[in-house]
Design a protein around this ligand. Structure first.
Ligand SMILES: C[S@@+](CC[C@H](N)C(=O)[O-])C[C@H]1O[C@@H](n2cnc3c(N)ncnc32)[C@H](O)[C@@H]1O
Length: 465
């Protein structure tokens, strides 16, 4: 039994409001410092391994507690001095205080540690591919709009609270997106448009969403409203077009539900086009408001290059791209394959994927709307035999049923693109038990600098191939 397990159930060795001096031993996957008092973990924001800190205990439970730094007594060599605490407090940039080299290592290490836990330390993890400029990279922003001191503001909420922090520089968003948000906010102020009030479920504007093409510079503005009607619609649209000539799509999205989900189902095109365009590795993509599109274009090109290297296509292969979004991976691979099948659950994204294939003159793709689980089974029953399967699931990873269909289809290679190392390692174990092996290091690619998110690519190969 470990010391932690022995302590479980006994009274915590610290109590709320106590002040004590501790040394940080570790960093959690959420970027919090960990200090141990008699093996009892205290989680502390803005504290890095090796640092000695005086802390105030905020909360204790049976097995762990939370504390905040009162004074930092020693400073880690890996610390970046942060003058603006908002990005840590709102969770926009929970690793902002850790230097970038150390962030990249933190991400690589997360995957290695998870592999070690399940005795797969023989699988290597390559150094994380990082960015030269790890700020202002996001091509999409979804910013809440609230009334603060009688004024409409855009910003973010402090973590786990209803405290709203107005912001103008969002640190990790494309700078032009920040400017457009400010312009739109000012226009909403000018026309006295009401901000959403979540307690009363009243008001008009809930969020401003902005997307910008990295290569095309085309901008989409989505005004997410609680009400079906957008007062002063014509004037607002004209003002946005006048102030921001790069905006080529203005959409109203209606979300009447009391929910944290940002977008509702209904889009009304107010001006311009329903989609904006962007490019990745020389291929043009149309992007609708609801469609998933990787948020870091510079790193996405590197991510997709890692996928393409893993597949090592010769032009003869049949490929399945499960969880294909708007077909970005499918179309990247289609020029090097005989046929690519894609499946995606969001209908708008499938419309985009088909449009994208046509717009790029790519004729060897077939996109289906539905769940990857159901379509993998259908394709398996239809006798489709992929040489390569690419999976790029959401954080929850793969369903066991999909893994079963995949194994029955017996592809030579499975390229697993993951945004969650925990589910990646869980799923890899299942494939390893079913005739697949991993010979090449897993490749992390830093899609989300300053945050704790970890993206990586793993290549599974059939043992008898
Ligand atoms: C991480 S994204 C990857 C998209 C695409 N490969 C890319 O790089 O842009 C995952 C995608 O899976 C879709 N999705 C989620 N659950 C799904 C399911 N059960 N079946 C098919 N697609 C699903 C999401 O809508 C999203 O587009």
């Amino acid at each position: 039994m470990s010391e932690e397990e022995k302590n479980m159930g006994s009274k915590p060795p610290v109590s709320k409001n106590e002040e004590l001096t501790v040394t940080i031993e570790d960093l959690t996957y959420q970027g919090m410092g960990v200090a141990k008092i008699d093996h009892y973990p205290l989680f502390i924001e803005n504290a890095l391994p090796t640092e000695k800190v005086k802390v105030h205990v905020l909360k204790t439970s049976k097995n762990y507690g939370f504390a905040k730094v009162v004074e930092r007594l020693t400073t880690s060599e890996e610390r970046v001095e942060v003058t603006e605490n908002h990005y840590l407090q709102t969770g926009i940039a929970p690793l902002q205080h850790l230097n970038y080299e150390a962030q990249l290592e933190f991400k690589r290490n997360q995957i290695s540690e998870l592999l070690k836990k399940v005795h797969l330390e023989n699988i290597k993890v390559a150094p994380t591919i990082g960015m030269n400029e790890p700020y202002h990279y996001r091509n999409k922003a979804q910013v809440p709009v609230r009334l603060v001191n009688g004024k409409i503001e855009t910003g973010f909420f402090k973590k786990n609270s209803h405290v709203f922090v107005p912001l103008e520089d969002f640190l990790i968003q494309d700078k032009r997106i920040d400017e457009v948000i400010k312009e739109v906010r000012d226009i909403l102020r000018e026309f006295n448009i009401e901000a959403y009030d979540e307690r009363k479920h009243s008001g008009v504007i809930r969020h401003i969403m902005v997307r910008r093409g990295y290569y095309t510079h085309e901008v989409m503005v989505v005004l997410v409203t609680r009400s079906k009607r957008l007062p002063m619609q014509k004037q607002i649209v004209e003002a946005i077009q006048k102030k921001c000539p790069d905006v080529c799509s203005i959409i109203q999205n209606v979300n009447q539900a009391s929910t944290n989900v940002i977008l509702g189902k209904q889009n009304k095109l107010l001006a311009g086009r329903k989609q904006i365009k962007d490019q990745l590795n020389g291929i043009t993509f149309n992007i609708s408001p609801q469609s998933f599109y990787q948020v870091n274009p510079v790193q996405t090109e590197r991510l997709y290059q890692a996928v393409a290297e893993g597949t090592n296509l010769t032009g003869k292969e049949t490929v399945i791209d499960a969880y294909c979004g708007i077909g970005t991976i499918s179309l990247t691979l289609a020029t090097k394959a005989a046929k690519v099948y894609g499946v995606e659950i969001v209908p708008e994204a499938v419309v985009d994927a088909k449009l994208n294939a046509a717009a790029n003159g790519i004729e060897n793709t077939q996109f289906e709307t539905g769940t990857a689980e159901e379509w993998m089974q259908k394709w398996e029953e239809q006798g489709i035999k992929p040489d390569v399967l690419v999976v790029d699931p959401p954080r929850k990873g793969l369903a066991e049923s999909l893994i079963e269909s995949a194994v029955k289809m017996n592809p030579d290679k499975i390229v697993y693109v993951s945004c969650n190392p925990a589910t990646l390692v869980r799923d890899l174990q299942l494939f390893l038990g079913k005739g697949y092996t991993i010979e090449q290091p897993i490749q992390p690619v830093d899609q989300f600098p300053q945050t704790t998110h970890v993206e990586s690519v793993a290549l599974l190969q059939r043992t008898d191939s």
